[in-house]
Design a protein. Structure first.
Length: 293
């Protein structure tokens, strides 16, 4: 019993230490989730306002004037053969299947684009996505690991600026972004958003209550790059919020599982200890009876 007891006590202490770590990580993720969720909520009114203005301004005539609104012809009709895919993952793990789900979504989109005849350039944001494709020995068009869990509008602008330039020059057929869609702390499914060409909202029910100066074309010239950068920024902040939500859930499950293991090991230790004590009492009683007899 002595050897087994020491082994069980060692395992109990080890699991207790692990539970302390996972509990701490759960609390940290909860704190970061609140801040990330605030950024998501704060970004939505601005994005909705941009969307409404774009819906009011874009007309078929203006769509032909601006490259960001034009849809290139397919490769077989002389269109560009390259498409860009932005994959946003986290820099750290311990968040369940969060990153693997994003990579699977990216692989589905790559397969779809290649099936349509395009060569896909992968622009990776985050270590986990980059690590996966490097493991496959697939070259990356961009590898950004400097954004972290506090993305800014400048990060989004630097990420998408070369893609806007390439699309305007006719070198890219499309730009898609694979990111997490933050619906709640427990629901962050991977999703694909079309970044370029810009697809104006179809809602024409609103009547604009403003006067346009100097003209819609001049406004769209400034508005379209801003709208694209904002779409990328929203994808970044929603992915960060989804990462923290997934990590909090994973660490809570790990903490709960550690508690169950500790309870099982403690019961096992107590049973073995009780059995050893009972055996010792039986041996004492038996020895005393033998002496009396």
């Amino acid at each position: 019993m002595a050897g087994k007891g020491r082994q069980l006590r060692g395992r109990i202490k080890s699991v207790q230490n692990t539970r302390k770590i996972t509990r701490t990580m759960e609390l940290v993720a909860t704190s970061k989730l609140k801040r990330a969720q605030d950024r998501v909520v704060a970004a939505r009114p601005y994005a909705e306002a941009l969307r409404d203005v774009l819906a009011d301004l874009v007309t078929p005539e203006l769509s032909d004037r601006f490259p960001l609104l034009r849809r290139p012809p397919p490769p077989e009709k002389g269109g560009p053969r390259k498409a860009a895919l932005i994959l946003v993952t986290s820099n750290r793990g311990l968040c369940g299947a969060f990153n693997s789900n994003l990579v699977k979504e990216a692989l589905r989109q790559i397969e779809r684009l290649q099936g349509a005849g395009y060569e896909v350039d992968i622009h990776s944001v985050g270590k986990k996505g980059a690590g996966y494709f490097k493991y496959l020995k697939r070259a990356l068009a961009a590898d950004r690991q400097d954004i972290g869990d506090k993305p800014t509008a400048d990060h989004a602008a630097s990420l998408v600026a070369p893609l806007i330039a390439a699309y305007e020059a006719g070198a890219l057929a499309s730009v898609d972004m694979v990111h997490a869609k933050f619906q709640s702390a427990l629901t962050t499914p991977p999703t694909t958003t079309r970044i370029l060409p810009v697809e104006p909202p179809k809602d024409r029910s609103r009547r604009p209550d403003y006067i346009l100066r100097p003209d819609p074309g001049a406004i769209l010239e400034q508005l379209l790059p801003l709208y694209v950068r904002n779409m990328v920024y929203r994808g970044l902040v929603e992915t960060v919020a989804g990462e923290q939500g997934a990590r909090r859930t994973a660490m809570k499950n790990a903490t709960d599982n550690a508690g169950e293991i500790i309870e099982y090991l403690t019961r096992t230790y107590n049973r073995q200890r009780q059995a050893a004590i009972t055996q010792e009492i039986s041996e004492i009683v038996g020895g005393a009876a033998a002496l009396q007899g």
